[in-house]
Write a protein that binds this ligand. Sequence first.
Ligand code: GLA
Length: 387
Amino acid sequence: MVENLKDQFNCIFGGDGDLQTFFAPGRVNLIGEHTDYNGGHVFPCALSIGTYMVVRKRTDDIVQMHSLNFEDLGVICFNINELEFVKAHDWANYPKGVMKMFNEAGLTVTSGFDALIYGNIPNGSGLSSSASLELVTSVMLKHLFALNVSMVDMVKLSQKAENEFIGVSCGIMDQFAIGMGKKDHAVLLDCQTLEYTYSPVKLENASLIIANTNKRRGLLDSKYNERRFECERALGQLKEKVEITSLGELTVEQFEELKNTITNEVDRKRAKHAVYENARTIEAVERLQKGDIAGFGQLMNQSHTSLRDDYEVTGFELDALVEGAWSHPGVIGSRMTGAGFGGCTISIVENDEVDNFIENVGKIYKDKTKLTADFYVVQIGDGAKQF
Ligand code: GLA
């Protein structure tokens, strides 16, 4: 794969000089959905699929980038002194945004470079191909320009690029999982303090299966922002009664006592999900660590129900896939993963049933939605790196 990419780099950019290669994974969240921007916990892991970048430094100030995933867009060129959002630059705005955030943090990009990019995360699937592109850019900049910056700071700068340069108000989960991921482990992250611990994902005789709805996710950003706004409004009312800075600080019991402070019923449901999902995430990790895979799976199912009924971010396709999974023997747990409104589900399936699961759930889904789902057996990989 990498040798092939280097050959392609030489075909496109020609010339000589050392090539450097970088990789950043995609991510899947096992539990803890829509909790990151509410100051709660998340439990994602890095995937073995991701984004590759082959790079060579230039002696002038020009950046030339080409993506094998968007060949029609050709080579995209810009100057390191003109780091502005340009619509026609499309995907290249992500690396450009990261460069701008590095510069603003005093981590100066001192010359141009040529870069070839290839990603094997299905686009728009909710497995974080954009955060992966941000982090592969971050590690590339660190090494190419010998910058003294930690992985956690690169995670924060990548999120800042997405928030301020791209204009998507995501939380920190995706960038953190992709930067800090560890092979065969998931990471329990407290999004309020950024304290984290790794947990081995040992599922005995079972595997993690991602299923992609292949549904186009229209209006995702506006619905995502609407949920954030509803949670902030609920928090605003709760703050009149109790001293908190985020919903993640409340226990389930405290929430039940205080919930009628939230006057709008919809806001109350959103806040309920945020508080209960946070508690579920902490409990789920405890169960996994004790080897109680069935208990972990039940909490995954509850997470989906809460995202469906209280947070209302699932929709027909995700519900069809998850309900199909719940009806299949040997399924220990199944839920939507990521922002929702389309994208993927994650399920724990007994190894003996994996092939039947793919066939049977794929069929149920197609009958209901007329769409074809794609299935992947998850391999948990390392975070972003040079190699
Ligand atoms: C998207 C965002 C994350 C997180 C999830 C929902 O993936 O980028 O920050 O909010 O949705 O859990």
